[in-house]
Design a protein around this ligand. Structure first.
Ligand SMILES: [Zn+2]
Length: 461
């Protein structure tokens, strides 16, 4: 049994000074109350400095890490670059990916996530098939690469295989979307059943619907009923772009969030990713449903999506989780910072995401996203309390942004003046996997990444 001592420990809600804890055989966190600290515990404890829970990344498409920085210019005959032109580039990349390539990029991505402070990830996986649309010999071949990457890097995974049936409302899949497609709900159900036998302990398997556009209305209802009854995490992309809202209005007479709230029993099992374009009524309904909004600030800025009304949503007591989505950058500190900064750009005010109880926006964002991330992926993580996995980070207390160690301002110093370079050590299930900011597999995985990126047939996007 390992004992630890933290100068300062954030348990997911508040700071505590001079905290002893241990990790049991199952990798779970156990607090040691001050009254029970004896000389033996004191002498055997590893001294850690500043300890916070590992961040929870609620939304990832791992293969997209391979195009970071490649989709930033006007291409072909387009006069404007937009989400939709970026999407064409992403399709070209998706067509090229073989299982072995997916393994290399996911290995690297998960390693990078751990080094930057994410200890859990929700993988919204839709790259299921060959570019022809045929299944692999093992229909779960691609998903298996993701499970294997997560196991090897030791990031905690909630796999969210996506049901992706249509190109848009009432439109068949285009050949460029063939690797994503599943024709029927029963095909998806069989696939999900195979996967459910392959999920290791401590990981989770949820479900995802690519978007309301990509699934037939009747199937969407059936899907939600079935998996809602199984109490699995259910994720969906929603209202990321205004064109999606217009399409939904045209075909269903309702906006995407409105359509979902009116037709499906949306509850705390649900995560609505990029609920960017919503009306005040949709926002209030969403907060009341207790679903989480999966917000991906760096990606949403990069793709020109728009700004989610976060200040109002938090005033409504809505749940939020944070994700890195397209992985243009991997830095949870930066993601949190941009949630607040986007509100400042819009309002001309500062400290937008704070309240009387929590005047620090840094601390409010951290607490809300730990809680929302835990809910979104249904993993026992995000809190350093009894009953949760010992997934934690040790931050560099000698970093200039940390020197004051004042709990009243520390989260603001971390979020607004810090970045992933603050992360010194990372533990998942109480086991150390990042030392001095470096994952133990870094050299090996970087070499494989180098070969992938320099491969002569890597597609030009
Ligand atoms: Zn996404």
């Amino acid at each position: 049994m390992s004992h630890f001592f933290a100068d300062l420990l954030f348990d997911g809600e508040r700071w505590a000074a001079s905290q002893y804890f241990h990790v049991d055989e199952g990798g779970m966190f156990r607090n040691i109350p001050a009254a029970l600290v004896n000389p033996q515990i004191k002498s055997n404890s590893v001294h850690l400095g500043v300890v916070i829970p590992g961040f929870i990344n609620c939304h990832s498409h791992s293969f997209q890490r391979a195009m970071a920085g490649l989709g930033e210019r006007i291409t072909g005959s387009h006069s404007n670059d937009s989400f939709w032109t970026w999407r064409e580039q992403m399709y070209r990349l998706a067509h090229w990916f073989q299982p072995k390539d997916l393994r290399v990029i996911t290995d690297w991505l998960y390693l990078e996530m751990l080094e930057s402070g994410y200890t859990s990830v929700g993988e919204f996986h839709y790259l299921h098939k060959k570019s022809s649309g045929q299944s692999y010999h093992d229909p779960c071949e691609m998903a298996q690469q993701i499970i294997d990457s997560a196991r090897e890097s030791q990031i905690r995974l909630c796999l969210l295989p996506a049901f992706y049936q249509k190109a848009a409302i009432n439109q068949e899949l285009h050949p460029r979307q063939f690797p994503f497609g599943m024709n029927t709900l029963s095909e998806y159900q069989k696939y999900h059943q195979i996967l459910s036998k392959r999920i290791p302990p401590g990981f989770n398997l949820g479900v995802a619907i690519h978007s309301i556009r990509a699934v037939e209305q009747t199937q969407l209802k059936e899907f939600s009923l079935e998996y809602g009854m199984q109490s699995l995490p259910i994720h969906i992309h929603i209202a990321e772009q205004t064109a999606e809202v217009e399409e939904s209005l045209q075909c269903y007479g309702k906006r995407p969030v409105e359509f979902l709230l009116d037709n499906i029993e949306v509850n705390s099992l649900w995560t609505l990713v990029h609920a960017t374009h919503i009306t005040p009524e949709e926002r209030k309904g969403l907060a009341q449903s207790r679903a989480s909004v999966g917000i991906c600030p760096i990606t949403e800025a990069n793709l020109g999506d728009g700004i989610f009304p976060m200040k109002d949503f938090l005033s409504d007591d809505g749940n939020i989780a944070v994700g890195s989505d397209s992985h243009i950058r991997i830095d949870p500190f930066e993601e949190l910072r941009w949630i607040e900064y986007s509100q400042r750009y819009q309002s001309g005010n500062r400290a937008c995401l704070s309240n009387e109880k929590t005047p620090s926006p840094g601390q409010l964002l951290a607490s809300k996203t730990y809680q929302g991330g835990q809910q979104s992926l249904m993993l026992n993580t995000g809190f350093l309390k009894d009953g949760f996995f010992a997934d934690f980070l040790v931050l560099d207390k000698e970093h200039p942004s940390m020197l004051r160690l004042n709990p009243a301002t520390l989260w603001d110093e971390i979020v607004f003046a810090g970045s992933r370079e603050l992360v010194q050590s990372v533990y998942t299930g109480g086991k150390q996997i990042v030392y001095e900011g470096r994952h133990s597999l870094r050299n090996e995985k970087l070499e494989s990444l180098r070969k992938l990126f320099r491969s002569p047939d890597f597609p030009s996007l």
